[in-house]
Design a protein around this ligand. Structure first.
Ligand code: AMP
Ligand code: ZN
Ligand code: ZN
Length: 413
């Protein structure tokens, strides 16, 4: 064989391997959902910046601004999306939590705690579907590392932000390539680029514009992979974000220790939310010192927090809770001083604000595929309603939750 012929054959084999994948036969594919979280993707980013792939999916499907649950942070909201429960009901009440009955603490990076089922209340969607005989692959989704209700998903792995976005997309495509019987029907993906850029430089920055474009390219890689398998219109894509982003800087800061001595107070949450466990007997004094102390700070006794927060009952919610107004921060004096000393005066990004007051906290909901309506925009809705919609798309009966099935129905075909 001439060298030319060999080269041509090699090229042909390469082309076949890349594009000529065995397509999944129609009869073989159970209703499938790929749930994608774009951390910190604010409701207006697709229009404000350039996201051609997401815009295409929006045009094909149903989209809306997604209202996060309080507090508008990553762990509470990701777990709300897959349980339909407010954080005050599922128990992931913040990104860092103290559990008073046991004295234990959870942070997002503490693998031992994150992998302990005791933290995770309610029934996540992967458990719901596995109980009805389907297979799940929640990939880096908060909660997926713990054996909740006695079971983990069939496919999961410990969170590792070092796994490249392209690798994540390819892993999902590999799962879809599995034969029927072992192929998952519920798969998730997670990208943190936009949240990271938003924190470092603020939502108006070039860095966020770049991150938006980058994440859009990960979506494009996924769509091209699905198309090669003949799956582009046959699986449901559901793209959500956990919260938006607000611009802040060092000139709009409430200094916590201006109003009370922090001695002995367990500060479990700070900026822009406030969560305090005062020493026994000092709750009322701490509340009085902070209530009305600063016009930009709202402080509540746990039992009197805004009803819309659904944030009163869980034992992990601290006795004193609060939040500053959109665009403001609440910091210890020493934290602010060290930021100023480092010359960090420019815009940064903050989230965690009251989801109903702060428009900048709204994220996105975009769904396209056989289960969802096509070419429509619906009014903003709270993220507790997503679980019911996903359960319907997968044909399973949802567990009891805080969502209203009417909202879910407004999204479905
Ligand atoms: P937040 O500032 O609340 O938006 O948190 C964002 C950070 O959460 C990301 O930068 C990730 O490092 C972290 N994160 C996201 N998902 C997970 C997870 N499943 N396990 C641990 N950490 C996570
Ligand atoms: Zn987040
Ligand atoms: Zn964030």
């Amino acid at each position: 064989m001439s060298r030319r012929l060999v080269l041509l054959l090699l090229l042909l084999v390469g082309w076949w391997a890349g594009t000529g994948r065995a397509q999944v036969p129609a009869s073989d594919l159970k209703p499938t959902v790929i749930l994608i979280s774009l951390d910190g993707w604010r409701w207006d980013y697709a229009q404000k910046y350039s996201a051609p792939t997401l815009s295409r999916i929006m045009a094909r499907g149903v989209s809306s601004a997604l209202i996060p649950s309080f507090p508008s942070k990553t762990f509470p909201n990701h777990y709300t999306i897959v349980t339909g429960l407010y954080p005050g009901d599922h128990g992931i009440i913040a990104n860092s939590i103290k559990d008073p009955p046991t004295g234990r603490r959870l942070t997002m990076s503490n693998r031992t705690e994150v992998q302990d089922a005791m933290w995770w209340g309610g029934e996540p969607l992967w458990v719901t579907i596995q109980r009805s005989g389907q297979i799940a692959a929640p990939f880096f989704w908060p909660g997926s590392e713990a054996p909740i209700m006695g079971q983990r998903a069939q496919f999961w792995q410990p969170f590792d932000d070092g796994v490249s976005p392209n690798r994540r997309v390819d892993r999902v495509l590999e799962w879809l390539d599995l034969p029927t019987g072992v192929r998952p029907t519920f798969v998730t993906l997670y990208f943190s680029d936009v949240d990271g850029a938003g924190h470092d430089f603020g939502p108006e920055s070039r860095a966020v514009a770049d991150a938006v474009r980058r994440v859009d390219r990960y979506l494009d890689r996924l769509l091209r992979g699905l198309a090669r398998r003949g799956l582009q219109d046959r699986v449901n894509l559901v793209i959500v974000s956990d919260h938006g982003m607000s611009e802040a800087n060092t000139s709009r800061v409430v200094i916590l220790d201006d109003y009370l001595s922090l001695n002995g107070i367990d500060i479990i949450d700070l900026n822009p939310t406030l969560g305090l466990f005062p020493p026994a007997g000092r709750e009322e004094a701490v509340y009085r010192a902070l209530a009305g102390a600063h016009p930009r700070l709202k402080v509540f006794r746990k039992a009197e927090s805004p009803p819309s927060w659904h944030y009163r009952d869980h034992p992990r919610i601290p006795p004193i809770v609060g939040v500053v107004d959109e665009g403001w921060q609440i910091l210890r004096r020493s934290t602010l001083a060290s930021q100023v000393a480092k010359g960090q005066h420019g815009p940064i990004g903050v989230h965690g604000y009251d989801p109903l007051n702060a428009l900048s906290m709204r994220g996105i909901f975009v769904a396209s595929g056989p289960a969802f309506r096509s070419g429509v925009t619906v009014p903003p809705f709270e993220n507790v309603h997503v679980y019911d919609a996903l359960a319907a798309a997968l044909g399973v009966t949802p567990a009891a939750n805080d969502g209203d099935p009417k909202v879910a129905r407004s999204l479905l075909r």
